[in-house]
Write a protein that binds this ligand. Structure first.
Ligand code: NAP
Length: 290
């Protein structure tokens, strides 16, 4: 187990599933651990639980609905107000939505949460991460990216949403890898690494989003054939903390080892273009971005 005494970690979507286990393990390793949750009561309970189980009192929370970029900005400000370093950032909050829905800011909800929030939160905290180097950024993606391709005229899946939203979900997870690779390229020489991970197929709350008969069936049989959240969190924890991956960046990990993502995820021009489009959408100036 790595020693994270004196380090600060931030984990999004840490009130459930893979993120909750990730935050718990980082707290056990001694990191001051900050979790981002959207539900104040659930976040408070999670903080207490992690404090009790880890024996680490330095567990803190920030409340934000990360599908809204205004709240991503507030979350980053709240973090910067309280902490002067960030050693480990795990962008984990995600959803698998069966129905297409637009946020009050005008973005497709799954695209906003699964991609834009990773992009904006990371960039807003990047100065703090750089001064903490060597530091690590972990973006939780998925092998659901494999059948996906990116059409810049359909980033928000107005067309081809797919059965139960799987195509749109796969696109958002492809964006996680493209973002990670472009971020790693821009961070070259800073001793800040950025990697994406696939946790496996894990019995968590994410399958609730599938909805309908499919969601009910999957929810009922999930524990029989899926990984537990404890198993599913292992690759995130490994990439966030293990000395074995020190210095490795721009990679995609599954089962605690680097694997090749899909050809679409290796498209450098698409990665750069996605970066530029995301800067414009989030109102992040090019100056502020790496
Ligand atoms: N489970 C799998 O099989 C699987 C496979 C591949 C990749 N992944 C990825 O793993 C990551 C974690 O998912 P999980 O399986 O652990 O799912 P989960 O149990 O549903 O947990 C998702 C977390 O994200 C939070 N969240 C959802 N919407 C949010 C919002 N608008 N603002 C802030 N937080 C929000 C949830 O908060 P609440 O507690 O309030 O709901 C929860 O803490 C996701 O990025 C997912 O794409 C999962």
């Amino acid at each position: 187990m790595a020693d994270l005494q004196g380090k600060v970690a931030l984990v999004t979507g840490a009130t459930n599933g893979i993120g909750k286990v990730t935050a718990l393990e980082l707290a056990k390793m001694g990191a001051a651990t900050v979790i981002v949750g959207r539900n104040p009561e659930k976040t408070r309970q999670t903080i207490e639980e992690i404090q009790q189980v880890s024996g680490n009192p330095q567990v803190d929370g920030i409340i934000a609905d990360l599908s809204l970029m205004a709240q991503v900005r507030q979350a980053a400000e709240a973090f910067q107000h309280k902490y002067d370093r960030l050693d480990v950032l795990v962008n984990n909050a995600g959803v698998g939505a069966s129905q297409r829905r637009i946020t009050s800011e005008g973005y497709e909800h799954m695209f906003a949460l699964n991609h834009l929030s990773y992009f904006l939160l990371t960039n807003l905290l990047l100065d703090l991460i750089k001064v903490s180097a060597p530091a690590r950024i972990v973006n939780v993606s998925s092998d659901a990216h494999r059948p996906a391709t990116l059409d810049f005229d359909n980033l928000q899946s107005e067309r081809d949403w797919g059965r139960a939203g799987f195509k749109a979900y796969g696109r958002s997870k492809l964006m996680n890898i493209l973002f990670t690779r472009e971020l790693a390229r821009r961070l070259a020489g800073t001793q800040v690494t950025a990697n994406a991970v696939h946790p496996g197929v894990v019995a968590t709350g994410i399958w609730r989003g599938a909805g309908g008969v499919f969601g009910s069936v999957v929810g009922a049989v999930a524990p029989l054939f899926m990984r537990t959240p404890e198993e599913g969190a292992q690759t995130s924890i490994y990439v966030a903390t293990s000395p074995e991956v020190r210095g490795l960046t721009g990679m995609y990990f599954s089962d605690c080892r680097p694997v090749q993502p899909s050809p679409a995820a290796l498209n450098d021009r698409a990665a750069q273009r996605l970066w530029e489009v995301s800067v414009a959408m989030t109102g992040l100036s090019e100056m502020a971005a790496v």
